[in-house]
Design a protein around this ligand. Sequence first.
Ligand SMILES: NC(=O)c1ccc[n+]([C@@H]2O[C@H](COP(=O)([O-])OP(=O)(O)OC[C@H]3O[C@@H](n4cnc5c(N)ncnc54)[C@H](OP(=O)(O)O)[C@@H]3O)[C@@H](O)[C@H]2O)c1
Length: 251
Amino acid sequence: MTKTLSGKVALVTGGSRGLGAVAAAALAEAGADVAISYVASEGKAAAVVETLKAKGVRALAIQADQGDPTTAEHVIRDLLEHFGKLDILVNNAAVAWQGKSIDDPEIDNAAMDRQWSINTLGVIANIRSACKVMTDGGRIISIGSGLGTRIAFPGTTDYAATKAAVVAYSKGAARDLGPRNITVNVVQAGIMDTEMAAGSKDNLPPIIMESHAIQRFATLDEVASAILYLAGPSAGFITGTVLDVNGGFTA
Ligand SMILES: NC(=O)c1ccc[n+]([C@@H]2O[C@H](COP(=O)([O-])OP(=O)(O)OC[C@H]3O[C@@H](n4cnc5c(N)ncnc54)[C@H](OP(=O)(O)O)[C@@H]3O)[C@@H](O)[C@H]2O)c1
C-alpha cells in the first residue's frame, strides 16, 4: 500500500476494539502514527498498540472516559506530549444503549443521558480540543450511523439523535475550520458485527435488514476504507458532508 499518510499523526477514539481498532490499523498501514483512546479495555488497547507498532509506526494508548467531556483536553495534551502534533481525529468511540420506547416505564433515562454525554458532548469536546492544535489541512472524521438520518424502526430515539447532532455540529465545524483547510465529515456506518452489535446478528428484527438495499452487515474494512479515504490527500475538498457506508439504509 502507498504510504499516503507518512508523517501524519492520528487520534482514533475508541480504538481498543471494533471499528476503531480496524480504522487505527488502516491509518497505520498508510504510514500514520496513531494514538487510540479507550475507557476500560486496557489489555485490548495495549494489544492494538503492539499491532500498530509492528507496522513500523509510533503508537500510543490513552485511557479516558469520553462521557466526561473535560477529559478531552487531557487526551489531546498526552497526544501532543508524545507525538508533537495532531493531523487527523477519528471520533469513533460511542455506545448504543437503545431498544426501549421513550414511554416505556423501564427506560433508564440516566443511561440515556450518559449516552448523550459519550456520543455527543464527548465528541464535541474532542473536536473543540483537537481543532485548537490541529495542523492546517487536518482532518476530522466522526463516525455516525444511518440512524442519524433515517429512523426506520422504534426504540432508537436517543442513540439516533446523538448521532444526528454530531452531523449538524460537523457541518458547522466545517464552516468554522474551512479557512484552515481542515475538513470535517461524518461516516454513517451500517450495522457491523462488533461488540456493540453483540447478539443482534442472529436475532435481528426483519425490518432492520429489510430497510437496507444491500441486506447484510457492513464489514469493518468497508467502513475503515471510507475513513482512510477522508483522512487522505485525495479528499482535501470534501467537507461538511456525510458519507453513508450502510448498504443503502438511508437511500
Ligand atoms: N456496530 C454497529 O453496528 C454500528 C452501526 C452504526 C454505527 N456504529 C458506530 O461505529 C462506531 C464504532 O462502533 P463499534 O461497533 O466498533 O463499537 P464497539 O465495538 O462497542 O467499541 C466501542 C469503542 O468505544 C470505546 N468507548 C466506549 N465508551 C467509551 C467511553 N465512555 N470513553 C471512551 N471510549 C469509549 C470502547 O472502549 P473500551 O474497549 O475501553 O470499552 C471501544 O474502543 C461508534 O461510533 C458506533 O456508534 C456502529
